[in-house]
Design a protein around this ligand. Structure first.
Ligand SMILES: *Cc1c(COP(=O)(O)O)cnc(C)c1O
Length: 416
């Protein structure tokens, strides 16, 4: 049975426990449909006021007093506690600081410290570039060896020699959108004595992440994608309590000292996650992220995941009905349990690049992104996307395919 606009609208009209959260976001550009939450999540409506208050009351008036009178130094831990339920973590096991790339460096280094004689890092060929570069930098410094695997299916074989310190895995592939089985792969690594460092950038805030339940050791996650922390927002850093006191941080700094304002000449790590802070927190960025954290505190996570399932299954069905006959098909998993935040499409004909198609869609008001070689990504934010938006977007996609407008020279440039 074909899915009509009326059926999509009916899904949107049904009682939705997340409606309050949806209303807490500012609308985007009129006439556009935004499916790029996997690049930059939508803006909480409270952000401008929050920043204005911080600039005026905190910086202009109170100046230095704000360090004591406002929550500036506590924000990395307060934000971590607010976001912990989104990734299935304990409130004290998450810190919001630095960038995903930097936190990945910190955690790889920590894993090598606690792994003693084991020196090998295992990582996928197709992992996000920063994550591979962090591993390569440790190899260059002579402190680690690298074993690349084609996919997670090769993990057990890569672990077999018994020399692996840590496995670095993306929970969701940033191109295909494929989601790995976190609990099963973590158990596999543990059987072989290795730690696992998960990157949850493309799952946190969209689909279920249960770090503690999966017994994950370490994790990082991007703050500015589905979590809506704002452009360049600080990143999530998770550590299972069993590792938090196991070693010194790779990047020891005064904000990680047990007594920061004692200005002691010797580093003494703070208790818990606090030791992994390095320098002064990014106060302006944290104030923006705090507006998103206020929304996340109220989100029913089961309802969030269910809505993401409903939205992405609607998109897949619409693409099957309207676009598959025109040569564009699903590139990622069909089963929602194996899919992350975005739905990836591709041309059925392998030589046709989706780059121009993505540009034509953006010009038609459907904001999507593309990744080489052949992934057209619809990043679905479960708090702000409507089922009817998907219907309209797929009509525009079908129209572009029918008219062949995407073949015009203006859409053939390099993409962002
Ligand atoms: C977006 C993304 C990052 C972002 O890293 P930054 O340090 O914020 O630039 C990291 N890992 C993955 C898998 C990502 O998708």
């Amino acid at each position: 049975m074909t899915l009509t606009l009326a059926a999509c609208a009916a899904l949107d009209a049904a009682p939705n426990p997340l409606a309050g959260a949806a209303a807490a976001f500012a609308p985007g550009a009129p006439g556009t449909f935004y499916f790029d939450a996997n690049s930059i999540g939508p803006m909480p409506a409270a952000v401008p006021q929050r920043l204005a208050a911080l600039l005026n009351d905190g910086w202009r008036v109170a100046r230095r007093r704000s360090w004591n009178e406002a929550d500036w130094l506590a924000q990395p831990r307060a934000l971590g506690a607010a976001l912990a339920p989104v990734i299935g973590a304990g409130a004290d096991d998450v810190l919001v600081c630095d960038s995903t790339s930097i936190n990945h460096h910190k955690l790889l280094h920590l894993a090598l410290c606690v792994a003693k004689a084991r020196r090998t890092i295992v990582i996928e060929d197709g992992a996000f570039p920063s994550n591979r570069y962090a591993a390569q930098a440790l190899v260059k410094r002579g402190v680690a060896g690298l074993r690349s695997i084609r996919s997670a299916a090769a993990l057990a074989a890569a672990l077999a020699p018994g020399d692996v310190a840590v496995v670095s895995l993306s929970h969701v592939d940033y191109r295909s959108g494929e989601r790995l089985d976190m609990a099963a792969l973590t158990a596999c690594a543990h059987e072989h004595g290795a730690l696992v460092l998960w990157d949850v950038s493309h799952s946190a805030g969209a689909v279920a992440v249960h770090l503690r339940q999966a017994n994950a050791d370490l994790a990082v996650g991007c703050g500015y994608k589905y979590l809506c922390g704002g452009p360049g927002a600080p990143a999530l850093m998770y550590m299972h309590p069993r590792w938090q006191a196991a070693a010194w941080p790779a990047l020891a700094g005064w904000m990680g000292h047990a007594d920061t304002f004692a200005f002691a000449p010797e580093f003494e790590p703070a208790a818990g996650m606090a030791r992994f802070q390095v320098g002064t927190p990014a106060v302006l960025a944290n104030a923006a992220f705090a507006a998103a954290a206020d929304i996340w505190r109220k989100v029913d996570m089961a309802a969030l995941h269910e809505r993401h399932r409903s939205l992405t299954e609607t998109l897949v069905q619409l693409v099957d009905e309207h676009c598959a006959p025109l040569g564009v098909v699903l590139a990622g998993p069909r089963d929602h349990a194996r899919r992350g935040g975005h739905v990836a499409l591709r041309f059925a004909a392998p030589q046709a690049s989706v780059n121009a198609l993505g540009q034509a869609l953006v010009a038609a008001g459907v904001v999507v992104s593309t990744r080489q070689p052949d992934s057209l990504r619809f990043g679905i934010h479960p708090l702000t996307t409507q089922h009817a938006d998907l219907w309209w977007a797929v009509q525009r996609l079908a129209g572009i395919l029918q008219s062949n407008v995407w073949r015009e020279p203006r859409f053939q440039g390099a993409s962002i």
